[in-house]
Design a protein around this ligand. Structure first.
Ligand code: MN
Length: 256
């Protein structure tokens, strides 16, 4: 197993070496290609209007590269530098990526980028940080348990793993897609300019069987993610509503 490890918090994050160490000791050969700065909430951004620069770096016992691009870029660069990558691990992120956060997460996006590039095993790891403190030592045995568990999952897969502060078990979950509420906390800065903090939060209690509910129960949530955004039921219903396989502009709506 040749494992590329990346993250979105940047090369200085302790979560990166924590994941690389667990992967090396449990699974195989590890290299790190990670962004040179924090890209949290950057989702699946890629760099296309300028070249990306990368420099060799050493993180603990691991050789690697620091990239002045996004986490998705890091996977692209890493795969070009190391063509035989069989697995991409992203994280361990400082903070959870459940429910709507899954869309914003650049940790998850790096795993998804791996799938888009044909890597058949991709896993994003995120850790709940209560009071902004992450205890990687405490969750290390659980990270290793998850790494061993996913060896039994049929390929290809993209998995979103979220680890609570003090885990009590592991469950397979759906992504929570219940509605969110957005708020804006505004003010005026010392130079007289207005600013706004944009806050998004879930508005309901998490439904049973979801990632958010699992974390609330102190369980590690593993959610298999799909790269295909097609809504299959809607596609099927829409196709049933048209006579042919194509709809011409003048005949739209006819034939029902
Ligand atoms: Mn992050």
């Amino acid at each position: 197993v040749r494992i590329l490890v990346t993250n979105d918090d940047g090369v200085t994050s302790p979560g990166l070496v924590a994941l690389a160490t667990a992967a090396f000791e449990e699974l195989g050969e590890v290299r790190i290609v990670a962004p040179d700065r924090d890209h949290s909430s950057g989702s699946h951004a890629v760099t296309s209007r300028r070249p990306v620069r990368y420099r060799p770096t050493r993180l603990g016992r691991f050789p690697g590269y620091a990239v002045d691009g996004t986490p998705a870029d890091c996977v692209t660069v890493g795969k070009a530098l190391w063509p035989d990558v069989t697995m991409v691990l992203s994280g361990i992120n400082l903070g959870t990526n459940v429910g709507f956060q899954t869309w914003y997460s650049a940790t998850v996006a790096a795993a998804r980028q791996a799938a888009l590039l044909g890597v058949r095993r991709a896993v994003a790891f995120s850790l709940e940080c209560r009071h902004r403190v992450a205890n990687f030592d405490r969750v290390d045995p659980w990270v290793r348990r998850v790494l061993r568990l996913i060896q039994t999952v049929p390929e290809p897969y993209v998995l979103n793993v979220n680890i609570p502060d003090a885990p009590g078990g592991i469950v397979w979950c759906e992504q929570d897609v219940s509605p969110c509420t957005a708020s804006v906390l505004g003010g005026t800065d010392p130079q007289g300019q207005p600013y706004a903090w944009l806050l998004v939060a879930p508005c309901d209690e998490p439904p049973p069987g979801t990632d958010r509910e699992a974390l609330a129960r102190g369980l590690i949530a593993i959610t298999p993610l799909s790269v295909d955004l097609t809504e299959s039921a809607k596609l099927k219903a829409s196709r049933r509503g048209t006579t042919g396989s194509t709809v011409s502009p003048s005949r739209e709506g006819e034939g029902r």
